[in-house]
Structures are given as structure tokens and as C-alpha cells.
Design a protein around this ligand. Structure first.
Ligand code: UGA
Length: 439
């Protein structure tokens, strides 16, 4: 199959590299010339485990190429994927469709033989109809079909999610397009990976409903964690106990500082806008957006509380800045609210993150950055875990205590055992584990 991927951002790059690895011939088209130049030299601009190796191997095998020229790449392609960004429109919150529509107009100019236009970007329900209309203004209807094929890639595990997915969802209403999609995903079908064929609108809805449901699980357990702190229960036991019920499931029941990233915050907000416009407001989701926003500020207050009610003039060591581990992504990271709140309360913040510092530097002015976790904790009046990187789990806790000026750890991800922390003489404040989060 000859495939074109418009957009070499996170989704486009991972999807393009994985489709090339399936044996297809893939060209990624990207407007950013410097990004194309880097990728041609085999330099991958984002941190995603295994991605550099995959890009290099498939480039070397001649199955993956990068260009700025859709005109040349698009002609004769059997499928053109749209994987451009759909950021939140400022103040409105709905998805900004500018880049998708621009891609549709550009595709219309290169449609020759029958071309399947595959929307991978996260788009509002009904967006496929609009893309179809835009292309049909410039190209004959029998020459193309528009398909919805949402992505379910988690940053940090994106390659496994693409190659061994829980499911592939394909919203297609044209038989020829369905056959092309079947061939594209044949390697997954051969491994008994479930492929769901449905209407385009249902497929678009599955994407939003999946992300919003997961965001709801996280928000639910965060609120249960707060209640556990009031009533003296342990949220980890509660998660385990409820998660063993198959109908609930154990995943996404880890409490923390609130969800972040490029997807959950944007998609939850966009769904509330979509629902309000459709005159079927989803109050549950409106509430979860609000609860999650407020949680980040509440976490800063929790840290101040653990430090005896004031952080003025104190040195606070923050471990982890990215919105989750195994990524350098800082988009909507809880740290972007928590750290400035601590600074506003008079703290001097020193931070360490294994991958996020490059991006964090411009986003968190006034923060001192350390080269490793121990250097970060050295002389601090408290240590705060915001992101659960594995290397923080493995820290020598006695050494941590020796580094700190005061033995206070606020662990917003529950990565340390309460008993061990107590035995070492820490004041250990975590999330939802007994009265006040202190066991
Ligand atoms: C999410 C979805 O999981 C993917 O399926 C989807 O394709 C992707 O969005 C997308 O729409 O592109 P991602 O944003 O990479 O993936 O991250 P998640 O692993 O889902 O985590 C999202 C947030 O929830 C993070 O801030 C994480 O720390 C938080 N979280 C997650 C918790 O606080 N507790 C949990 O138990 C799980």
C-alpha cells in the first residue's frame, strides 16, 4: 500500500513509522521544514521509547520518507491519513479544525485514482462530513472516500498500542474504502486484533467517549482518595477492591494530582462544547473538567499544609514535571499549576525530570533545575513527587533523608510504602492513604 501521512507530530510520526513497519510504503508530509530536515537525518524530535529505532530502520529499508511536498507525495497514494493537530480554541474550548480543513483542501488537489482519506486527528462528531464536502468541491466524489480511524495511543507506550491494540476502530461507509482499510490493518487482523467497523459518526464518537470515560475514572478515584483522607480509608486498597470487579476494571484507578497531557483536558472540554451545541449537555463531564482543574491548585495547598502551613522562604524539591512518565511532554502537566502556586506562596523551587527539563525551562520561570534526583533534594525543606518516573521509585530512601534539610516527602503518586517511610522517620504525605494522606 502507498500511504501518505499528513502531519509528523506525535500521532503522525508513530502511526507512519508503525505502518511502514507493517510493510507499507509511507511518506510523512510535514509543513515544518526544519522538522523534515531532522527526520531525514534520522533525528526524532520527540521522546517516545522505541520510536527512533523504528524510524531509522524503516527509513533504511526505504519504506519511510519525509517531505514538505504533498503535491509530489500524494499523487497515486491509495490512502492519505490526516494526523494534524486539533487544539482547543482559546476561550471556546471546542476543537480547532483549521489544520484538518486545510489538509482536506490540499488533498483535493492531488486526488487522482480512488483515494481513501483517513481522519486520524481527534475531531468532533460530523467532522468527516465536512472534510468530504471540502474535497468534493474540488474533486469528483467517485474518486475518494472519507474514513474515520481514531488513534488510541498512550504516550510512552505508543508503539505497542499501535501494533498490539485493544481494538482498531474504522468508521467507513464505502465498500472500496473498507477494503483498503482492511489491507492496511491486515497485520493486526492476522494477529487476531479486534477491528471494529462502524459508521463514521459512531467512530468519531468512540474516540471522545473512550478518552472521556478514562478521564472520568481518574477523576472519580481522585475524589474517592480525598474522601479516604477524611474518613481514614486507604485508596489503594479501595482501587484494588473495586477494580477486581470485571465490570469496573483495575486500570486508570491510580489517584494523583489530576490528569494532564495533550488529550484528556482538550477532549473532555471539547465534548462538553459539542454536547451543549447539540442541546444534550453532559453535566457529568462538565463537572469532571471543573473538578480536575481545581485539583491542581488543591495539590499545591496540600504541599503547603505538609510543610507546616507555609512554604515562604523554603526550598522545595520537585521530582517529575511531565504530565506522566516516559514522555517529555509538558502539555497541561499538573506541575505547570503546582510549581507556580508554590512560587507564589514564597517557595524557591528546584526541580528534576529525566526527560522534561528541555521543555520545562521556558514554561517554569524562576525554577532551579538539578541534574539528578539527589542533587534536587539536597538541602531542600521538602521533597515532592509529581510524576511517577521509575527512577524515583528506586531511590535509596535513606540517602534521600540524608539529602533533605527536613525529612518531609509529599508523594502525589503514591510510589513509596507508608510503613518503610515511617520507619525511616519521614513525614510522608501521600494521596488518599489514611487520615490526611498520612497512613
Ligand atoms: C490518552 C489515552 O490513554 C489514549 O488511549 C489516547 O489515544 C490518547 O490519550 C489520545 O487521545 O491521544 P495519554 O494522554 O498519552 O493517552 O495518557 P494516559 O496514560 O491516558 O494518561 C492521561 C493522564 O491521566 C495523565 O496525566 C496520567 O497521569 C493520568 N492518570 C492516568 C492518572 O492520574 N491515574 C491513572 O490511573 C491513569
Amino acid at each position: 500500500m502507498r500511504i501518505v501521512m499528513i502531519g509528523a507530530g506525535y500521532v503522525g510520526l508513530v502511526s507512519g513509522a508503525c505502518l511502514a513497519d507493517f510493510g507499507h510504503e509511507v511518506v510523512c508530509v510535514e509543513v515544518d521544514e526544519s522538522k523534515v530536515a531532522k527526520l531525514r537525518q534520522g533525528r526524532v524530535p520527540i521522546y517516545e521509547p522505541g520510536l527512533s529505532e523504528l524510524v531509522l530502520a524503516n527509513q533504511a529499508a526505504g519504506r519511510l520518507a519525509f517531505t514538505t511536498n504533498l503535491e509530489a507525495a500524494g499523487r497515486g497514494a491509495e490512502a492519505i491519513f490526516i494526523a494534524v493537530g486539533t487544539p482547543s480554541l482559546a476561550e471556546v474550548g471546542s476543537a480547532d479544525m483549521r489544520f484538518v480543513h486545510e489538509a482536506a483542501r490540499n488533498i483535493a488537489n492531488v486526488v487522482e485514482n480512488f483515494t481513501v482519506v483517513v481522519i486520524k486527528s481527534t475531531v468532533p462528531i460530523g467532522a468527516g462530513d465536512e472534510v468530504e464536502r471540502i474535497i468534493a468541491e474540488r474533486a469528483p466524489r467517485e474518486k475518494f472516500a472519507v474514513v474515520s480511524n481514531p488513534e488510541f495511543l498512550r504516550e510512552g507506550a505508543a508503539i505497542a498500542d499501535f501494533k498490539r491494540p485493544d481494538r482498531v476502530v474504522i468508521g467507513v461507509e464505502d465498500d472500496r474504502a473498507r477494503e483498503v482499510m482492511r489491507q492496511i490493518y491486515q497485520p493486526i487482523e492476522r494477529n487476531d486484533g479486534p477491528i471494529v467497523y462502524t459508521s463514521r459518526r459512531s467512530s468519531e464518537m468512540i474516540k471522545y467517549a473512550s478518552n472521556v470515560f478514562l478521564a472520568m475514572k481518574v477523576t472519580f478515584i481522585n475524589e474517592i482518595a480525598d474522601l479516604c483522607e477524611r474518613l481514614g480509608a486507604d485508596v489503594l486498597d479501595v482501587s484494588h477492591g473495586i477494580g477486581l470487579d470485571d465490570r469496573i476494571g483495575r486500570k486508570f484507578l491510580n489517584p494523583g494530582p489530576g490528569f494532564g497531557g495533550s488529550c484528556f483536558p482538550k477532549d473532555t472540554l471539547a465534548l462538553t462544547k459539542l454536547a451543549a451545541e447539540a442541546k444534550a449537555p453532559i453535566r457529568l463531564v462538565e463537572t469532571l473538567v471543573d473538578v480536575n482543574d481545581k485539583r491542581k491548585t488543591a495539590m499545591a495547598a496540600k504541599i503547603v499544609g505538609a510543610c507546616g502551613g507555609s512554604v515562604a522562604g523554603k526550598r522545595i524539591a520537585v521530582l517529575g514535571l511531565t504530565y506522566k512518565p516516559k514522555t517529555d511532554d509538558m502539555r497541561d502537566a499538573p506541575s505547570l499549576v503546582i510549581v507556580p502556586e508554590l512560587q507564589a506562596a514564597g517557595a524557591h523551587v528546584v526541580a528534576y525530570d529525566p526527560e522534561g527539563v528541555g521543555t520545562a525551562k521556558s514554561l517554569l520561570p524562576g525554577v532551579e533545575f538539578a541534574d539528578n534526583a539527589y542533587a534536587c533534594l539536597n538541602g531542600a525543606d521538602a521533597g515532592v513527587v509529581i510524576t511517577e518516573w521509575d527512577e524515583f521509585r528506586a531511590l535509596d530512601l535513606a540517602r534521600v533523608k540524608a539529602c533533605l534539610a527536613a525529612p518531609i516527602i509529599v508523594d502525589l503518586r503514591n510510589i513509596y510504602p507508608i510503613e518503610a517511610m515511617k520507619a525511616l522517620g519521614f513525614r510522608y504525605v501521600c494521596v488518599g492513604r489514611g487520615f490526611g494522606g498520612e497512613g
